[in-house]
Design a protein around this ligand. Structure first.
Ligand code: DAH
Length: 369
């Protein structure tokens, strides 16, 4: 009996001292495992006389049960302590102010681009795109810029270094070269990856980035244009004027816009014109429908017969108009930004102020958000 009481005291002491679950398990194995001290005692029961077994049996079984219960109780205690420690260490302090939520804004240029495309789409225009890196042929020659003509310099072109074939590519100075690509594709002369399946009659708008070495309040080295091209059999200047007047009204969502057409010269149109919007730029913001300033927003005209010919279209069969709109400038006018350079400075405060929510209610004029 003494040996059993001693063993029990010893096991109880070790259970109480077990500092963690692993130590406790070691105590369990040493007592109740296959060859644990209590298990070994249980094995001796078989060899005992019935009388001896009747006496020792309950004592040893009692010891086994109490040790088992003590281990289970200590285990629950240790697990609770472990949970408490984790809860204390991993506590979330709900009184901390929430970190500011960073919400992306739609850049005004992209907003304006989408609005413009939606307006032209509603008028039946399709969409085409072309590469930013162009060759001399598409950017100038096919557009009827004579070789070495000063008009080429008019664009302050960014030229790229000569390539392996001795050719100097350039960053396109306008979106007009895509007109050439669209007409060539329509003519079946070039792979039509730009305007798949376009056949004359053509009615497309061409949005994109353009580049010129120029910088002031209304010029940046990179800006955006939206080119328009309509080619059909009986297109005339009246169609061009109506299209642009109608576009302007829908874009500004008001009849108060005052525009003027000025005769101009472009090598690729004849006759050619520029269109200005009346505005006031005297304060910190641009206002339309008032003031004595005129901001040029587009060039346009009737596609020059040489351009049609250069693109493989017969000018006796096809004619049309083209125009190039300044996307960022239209954004300045509509949303009152005084300096074009701010649009590309990448200042998040500017974007927070002038940017658009990607989830805004649809614009009633365009159906776009
Ligand atoms: N490409 C001209 C520019 O960037 C704008 C332009 C003028 C486009 C007349 C046209 C056009 O399509 O017909 O200054």
């Amino acid at each position: 009996m003494t040996d059993l009481s001693q063993l029990e005291a010893e096991i109880s002491g070790r259970i109480a001292q077990a500092a963690d679950l692993a130590e406790l398990d070691a105590v369990r194995v040493a007592a109740l495992g296959k060859s644990g001290s209590i298990s070994e005692l249980l094995k001796t029961l078989g060899a005992m006389s019935p009388d001896e077994r009747r006496e020792r049996g309950p004592q040893i079984n009692g010891l086994r049960d109490r040790a088992g219960q003590a281990i289970a109780a200590r285990k629950a205690e240790l697990e609770a302590a472990e949970l408490d420690a984790r809860l204390a260490a991993e506590r979330v302090d709900l009184s901390l102010p929430a970190p500011p939520e960073r919400r992306g804004r739609v850049h005004p240029t992209m907003q304006v681009m989408d609005e413009m495309i939606a307006i032209f789409a509603a008028m039946g225009f399709g969409l085409a795109e072309g590469p930013d890196i162009e060759d001399d042929f598409h950017n100038f020659t096919a557009l009827n810029f004579p070789p070495k003509h000063p008009a080429r310099e008019m664009h302050d072109t960014f030229w790229l270094p000569e390539d392996a074939n001795g050719e100097r590519k350039l960053l396109r100075t306008h979106t007009s070269p895509v007109q050439v690509r669209v007409m060539q594709a329509a003519n079946g002369k070039l792979p039509s990856w730009i305007a798949a399946g376009q056949q004359p009659p053509i009615r497309v708008v061409i949005p994109g980035r353009v580049y010129r070495s120029d910088s002031d309040a209304t010029h940046t080295p990179m800006f955006h244009q939206l080119e328009g091209l309509v080619i059909d059999r009986t297109i005339h200047m009246g169609h061009l004027k109506w299209t642009l007047a109608e576009f302007t009204k829908r874009f500004f969502e008001t009849e108060a816009v005052v525009t003027r057409f000025r005769p101009h010269h472009f090598p690729f149109t004849e006759p050619s014109a520029e269109m200005d919007v009346q505005c006031d730029r005297s304060g910190g913001a641009v206002k339309i429908g008032e003031g004595s300033d005129w901001l040029e927003i587009l060039g346009g005209g009737m596609v020059h017969p040489n351009v049609l010919r250069n693109c493989g279209l017969d000018p006796d069969e096809w004619q049309g108009f083209a125009f190039g709109l300044g996307v960022d400038r239209l954004g300045m006018l509509k949303y009152g930004m005084p300096d074009l350079r701010d649009m590309f400075a990448g200042d998040p405060r500017w974007l927070a102020h002038y940017g658009f929510s990607a989830f805004a209610a649809p614009n009633p004029a365009t159906g776009l958000s």
